[in-house]
Design a protein. Structure first.
Length: 156
């Protein structure tokens, strides 16, 4: 069941490969997401490797807004924009890093969904679209909408 979707991601980027991963969340954040509250605006995914152990990599979702479930019942230390760890497998992280370096790709959050009572995040390896590609997409969307209107008008 789809909870939230990043509509700008499909418009601004060409999606090459998708991954569905778990997210490390607090209980109140889970409740808030199940109520379909949250915002992808300005959110991004990063790979960080600690200085102590360069072989250990973690992937984080940063700048994603999840409002408190109950305003008056949340701790004062709660940060709505905190970074959240994504639960990738080690071999997936290594493969993603290689692709990102060789093909100059980025990782973008696509959507939050509910699968077997667990919150899952869909992320994608993407390449940025050029301005003319975006114009093409808008034109295709408008053409499709016009065709649907004409078909609907003929059925009446």
């Amino acid at each position: 069941m789809l909870l939230l979707k990043n509509k700008k991601a499909t418009f601004n980027y060409e999606i090459l490969e998708k991954f569905v991963v778990g997210v490390s969340l607090l209980g109140t954040e889970v409740k808030s997401l199940k109520n379909k509250k949250g915002s992808f605006e300005g959110s991004f995914v990063t790979i960080s490797s600690p200085k102590k152990n360069p072989n250990k990599n973690d992937i984080f979702l940063k700048n994603f807004f999840i409002p408190p479930y109950q305003e008056k019942n949340t701790p004062e230390s709660y940060d709505s924009y905190r970074e959240r760890r994504l639960l990738f497998k080690k071999r997936e992280i290594i493969a993603i890093k290689k692709k990102m370096k060789s093909q100059r790709l980025t990782i973008v959050p696509i959507s939050f969904s509910l699968k077997n009572q667990l919150i899952k995040l869909e992320v994608a390896l993407v390449r940025g679209k050029k301005k003319y590609d975006k114009r093409e997409d808008i034109k295709k969307k408008d053409d499709k909408r016009n065709v649907e209107r004409e078909v609907k008008a003929k059925l009446r």
